[in-house]
Write a protein that binds this ligand. Structure first.
Ligand SMILES: [Fe+2]
Ligand SMILES: [Fe+2]
Length: 173
């Protein structure tokens, strides 16, 4: 059984995950409108992943006799300055989410809620991967350049990535 404080923090995290999903959806649309097919697809997959992260917490709360709340989600920006800006903003979002997950782990530990702490370990690992993903894309942008054939190549490569979701051949259970 979840204590009320942990339940409330987990519900907040559902909201953060869906908000991240909305940011990526917005980035996908901006990329599409600006002719970047690869990034449009990439961010759509990212958006699905974040919604999945939210749903995983949603089910966890109810499975532990809590009450999961469907979140009200605030609107993300719709305009971005450049292709690079999409990935800089993404890295910021992921770093912020890492801080939130770390705070949640601390709270679970303080409450001696071992099941929640264990559950959150998946998110700790996921955040390491997510930050690394966006850092590596920014590195590639630095190497290949953010216009002309270099950018086209990178965009094509990003379009190949599929979300790490059950049934997609990813590692996620
Ligand atoms: Fe996430
Ligand atoms: Fe993420």
């Amino acid at each position: 059984m979840l204590n009320k404080q942990i339940e409330s923090l987990l519900n907040k995290q559902i909201k953060h995950e869906f908000e991240a999903g909305n940011w990526y959806l917005s980035m996908s649309s901006w990329a599409d409108v600006n002719g970047f097919e690869g990034a449009a697809r990439f961010f759509l997959e990212q958006s699905k992943e974040e919604n999945f992260h939210g749903m995983k917490i949603f089910h966890f709360i109810n499975n532990r006799e809590g009450h999961a709340k469907a979140p009200s989600v605030t609107g993300p920006d719709t305009e971005f300055n450049s292709y690079r800006h999409l990935f800089e903003r993404s890295l910021e979002l992921e770093k912020e989410n890492t801080r939130l997950i770390d705070d949640l782990v601390d709270a679970a530990r303080e409450a001696n809620d071992h099941a929640t702490e264990q559950f959150l370990q998946w998110y700790v690992d996921e955040q390491v991967e997510e930050e690394e993903l966006f850092r590596s894309i920014l590195d590639k942008l630095n190497i290949l350049g953010d216009k002309g054939p270099g950018l086209y190549m990178l965009d094509q490569e990003l379009g190949q990535r599929t979300a790490d979701l059950p049934g997609n051949g990813g590692e996620t259970e």
